[in-house]
Design a binder for this molecule. Structure first.
Ligand code: HEM
Length: 505
């Protein structure tokens, strides 16, 4: 029903927004160009069903019936919550962040979300009702958010205690938690799941260690095979960091710690609530997006042995050098893999804007001031007029090339790689919007790219990838605020001594 309520709003916004890219993205749009796969079977009222008939190219892998068992959703949720609670505050925080994302999905949205969209002028009254008479979905999001708030406040007070000479054990818990959350987007979860699917304890342990490799301060922290931490990168070393080194070599220079340190002596310092709000924004903006992108990249590599082989060549050229910022800047194919993954599977499938003035479009249409715009990144990325062989996974289209002078790297060229892009890339500067476009584009895009590259290199250095047999391909996708695999990504990790089967010949 909610879908029914929302769809007229979405199709209207969609009609307006898709004019900007000269793309007919759904039947409500008059331009007679070909449809993208996400909308191939769209009808009025179903314009956001990206998973319908989605047919991205999965290389040589046959589609097979699913073999692994599906647990019921509630059993899975309970088990996940219990496991997270047992694993400590970092995992609990990550769990509740995931819960928050679940509630962003249309099927899990509270009735009040629909009402607010239908009657924006009544928003204050609707919010009040939602607070005092929550429906089941509203209760779910309230529980998740208050858990995130409570854990964050606990970490803040532990941090404060420690900085003021409190209990170092508690600091370690606080720091571990922030590091766990910072590291979670690095795809460790996907790698750990893959390792678990492969049933190899040592691989699971290695994956877990990789998951702990996360960004720290100005540089990077990696974890060696034996689990020792090393500070790397061109920035501040841990010992010269303004933050105390605590908890067995784990630096406290996380985003949360930076805010807590930064408010000392500042005029009008951030309140605890503001620190929590900022942290939540960053966790929510970074967690699911980075995790989904890295997981999908690993799946695409597993199902495209040619691309995996080429990436491996690039990874092998890095030897066992530490993953410095400089090294990560020298990986054009790794970057191309991530960009092509984000083209096929944009973790944020739509962008939203509010027109502050009348906007004149190319063909004479005017978007009146005050219009709420929904810009479908997914359709932009699958437009055959912009992307030749649009449904195929071809990282080469993002390789630096002198043959075309196009963009395809976002509003700032993506920040990495530079130069033109390959012949199958788009020559339109706004054709690729994996991190958004314009002044409000993703503030974490450079970090996200580094996380993605570091994860792919770390995984490929140790493992070869192949899909778990029976996994449905393409995977069922769930659309909400983000766009990701509904049932996760399942991979088999082979030892690098054993080549990927498809590559052996
Ligand atoms: C692969 C990973 C990521 C993807 C695909 C992604 C994508 C996006 C997109 C599409 C937007 C909206 C841009 C727009 O409306 O034009 C956005 C906004 C944002 N992202 Fe990311 N993001 C990623 C990782 C991160 C990370 C790691 C962080 C933080 C460390 C982050 C922080 C933010 C914030 C704070 C915003 C809101 C910016 C604003 O409204 O001004 N993102 N991101």
């Amino acid at each position: 029903m909610l879908r029914g309520i929302l769809s007229p709003i979405r199709t209207t916004s969609c009609w307006i927004s898709c004019r900007t890219v000269r793309q007919r993205c759904c039947p409500c749009c008059p331009a007679p160009t070909a449809l993208g796969p996400g909308h191939a079977s769209s009808r009025r009222g179903r314009s956001v069903d990206f998973e319908v008939d989605f047919n991205a190219d999965y290389g040589e892998t046959e589609q097979q019936p699913r073999q692994h068992e599906r647990k019921s959703r509630s059993a899975k949720a309970n088990a996940a919550a219990a496991a997270a609670a047992a694993a400590g505050p970092g995992a609990t925080l990550a769990h509740h962040c995931r819960e928050t994302f679940e509630t962003f999905k249309l099927e899990n949205a509270s009735l009040y979300v629909g009402l607010q969209l239908m009657f924006p002028s009544l928003a204050p009254a609707i919010r009040l009702l939602a607070t005092y008479l929550p429906d089941a979905n509203q209760r779910r999001i309230m529980t998740a958010r208050s858990a995130v708030n409570a854990i964050s406040r606990r970490l803040i007070s532990q941090w404060d205690d420690a900085v003021n000479g409190g209990d170092a054990g508690n600091v370690k818990e606080a720091v571990d938690a922030t590091v766990t959350v910072a590291a979670a987007p690095s795809g460790g979860a996907a790698a750990a799941a893959a390792a678990a699917a492969a049933g190899a304890k040592d691989m699971a342990e290695a994956a877990e260690k990789m998951a702990k490799a996360g960004p720290v301060g100005n540089g990077w922290r990696t974890v060696t095979a034996d689990g020792r931490h090393r500070g790397v990168g061109g920035g501040t070393t841990m010992s010269s960091s303004p933050f105390r080194e605590v908890g067995g070599g784990v630096s406290g220079s996380s985003f949360l710690a930076a805010m807590l340190e930064g408010r000392k002596g500042a005029e009008g310092p951030l309140t605890d609530l503001e620190v929590v709000a900022q942290s939540v924004t960053f966790i929510l903006a970074s967690y699911e997006t980075s995790s989904t992108t890295t997981s999908m990249a690993l799946l695409l590599l597993a199902t495209h042995p040619g691309a995996q082989r080429r990436l491996l060549d690039e990874v092998e050229r890095t030897g066992d050098r530490e993953l410095t910022v400089e090294l990560l800047g020298e990986l054009p194919y790794t970057e191309a893999v991530l960009k092509e993954t984000m083209r096929l599977y944009p973790a944020v499938p739509t962008m939203f804007r509010h027109a502050r003035n009348d906007i004149c479009l190319e063909h004479g249409q005017v978007v009146p001031s005050g219009t709420f715009l929904v810009m479908p990144t997914f359709n932009l990325h699958h437009d055959p007029t912009l992307w030749p062989q649009h449904d195929r996974f071809i990282p080469e289209r993002f390789l630096p090339s002198t043959s075309t002078g196009g963009g395809g790297g976002g509003s700032d060229g993506g920040g990495e790689g530079g130069g033109g892009i390959g012949v199958l890339g788009s020559s339109h500067p706004a054709a690729w919007a994996g991190f958004g476009i314009g002044a409000r584009m993703c503030v974490g895009h450079k970090l996200a790219m580094m996380i993605g590259k570091a994860t792919l290199v770390s995984v490929l250095r140790r493992f070869s990838l192949s899909p778990v047999p029976g996994q449905p391909l393409p995977p069922a996708m769930a659309t909400g605020l983000t766009f990701g695999p509904r049932e996760g990504v399942w991979l088999q990790l082979g030892s690098r001594q054993t080549p990927v089967p498809e590559l052996a010949a």
